[in-house]
Design a protein around this ligand. Structure first.
Ligand code: NAD
Ligand code: UDP
Length: 311
């Protein structure tokens, strides 16, 4: 049994990770400032004897005795990370610094949740880990993508300079139950719109592509990366099945049997034109590959939103 800190543990991915770590028999400290996370995401864990919840903001230092740290704290939806961009970059830089300082002091292994956004609007396709990316340093997304790039730099420098035991994971678009209905990302937006009979808002002409990974597959990848020795990453974790945003909208309309229509809205600035992970490294080093097909994952997510929205 290990004592494991999950920052951002009340968020979408964090809530799934906390459940998995408790099920694996660990002691879990979930730390969150509840900006985009909710207590209800972890409701049934609150009385568990091996689970502890701390309201804390990682832009402030904290000292805890832990063996491992999953650093997930950071809003992930463009709507939320652009709401207070200075706070987002502080979370990525000061927050990661504080978690690395903690890892160094208590000799904990630390895993950083990085992102496919470090590749920006990629000029190489699919994206491999050795691609350095095409990122606008002064754009609306840079509080997030440059913040995450700097967090990777901090991880590597603490590793090289101080011998901190690090793992870096680049997460590609992930979806599933416990996404908030007002999260603002494409899968939850389209499902909620379809279930409520509202228009599906496709940004641009919908020809941009994304590759969607079901959350259970991602959690398995995160745990495998944390638990193996000798490979610090960065490693891509994502599902290489690639769809245009328009295809996704049509798929969701069909799976929900919704009569909603598709409407077109302006494409946000610096919205990447395409994105698909090359997961060769994850296959070779972690023996990991996603198991849940997109249609199957969407059906489970639709069921979740049906129960939350009571429709
Ligand atoms: P989320 O917004 O649902 O969860 C983020 C959590 O972090 C929330 O509970 C929020 O309250 C908390 N948080 C934010 N700022 C904080 C701070 N300063 N101090 C303490 N807590 C703070 O997002 P998610 O989808 O669960 O993403 C989790 C992590 O994975 C993020 O770091 C994100 O960048 C990364 N990621 C996610 C995806 C994805 O598709 N879901 C893709 C790439 C990377
Ligand atoms: N998108 C869309 N309609 C929405 C929300 C998002 O067409 O209601 C598009 C968005 O412009 C982007 C893609 O869907 O091209 C994925 O957006 P999301 O915010 O989920 O993630 P990210 O852009 O960070 O990959």
């Amino acid at each position: 049994m290990l004592r494991i800190l999950v920052t951002g543990g009340a968020g979408f991915i964090g809530a799934h990770l906390c459940r998995r770590l408790i099920a694996d028999g660990h002691e879990v400290i979930c730390l969150d400032n509840f900006f985009t996370g909710r207590k209800s995401n972890i409701a049934e864990l609150l009385n568990h004897p091996r689970f502890e919840l701390i309201r804390h903001d990682i832009t402030q230092p904290i000292l805890l005795e832990v063996d491992r740290i999953y650093n997930l704290a950071c809003p992930a939806s463009p709507v939320h990370y652009q709401y207070n961009p200075v706070k987002t970059i502080k979370t990525n830089i000061l927050g990661t610094l504080h978690m690395l300082g903690l890892a160094k002091r208590v000799k904990a292994r630390i895993l950083q949740a990085s992102t496919s956004e470090v590749y920006g609007d990629p000029l190489e396709h699919p994206q491999r880990e050795d691609y350095w990316g095409n990122v606008n340093p002064i754009g609306l997304r840079s509080c997030y993508d440059e913040g995450k790039r700097c967090a990777e730099t901090l991880m590597m420098d603490y590793h090289r300079q101080n011998g901190v035991d690090i793992r870096i994971v680049r997460i590609f678009n992930t979806y599933g139950p416990y996404m908030s209905e007002n999260d603002g990302r494409v899968v939850s937006n389209f499902i909620v719109q379809a279930l409520q009979g509202k228009d599906l808002t496709v940004y641009g002409d919908g020809s941009q592509t994304r590759s969607f990974c079901y959350v259970d597959d991602l959690i398995e990848g995160l745990c495998r990366m944390m638990n193996q020795d000798g490979f610090i990453g960065p490693v891509n974790l994502g599902n290489p099945q690639e769809y245009t945003v328009l295809e996704l909208a049509e798929m969701i309309l069909k799976l929900t049997s919704s009569k909603s229509k598709i409407v077109y809205k302006p494409l946000p600035a610096n919205d990447p034109a395409k994105r698909r992970p090359d997961i060769t490294l994850a296959k070779e080093r972690l023996g990991w590959t996603p198991k849940v097909d997109t249609v199957e994952g969407l059906k489970k997510t639709i069921e979740y939103f049906r129960s939350v929205l009571k429709v």
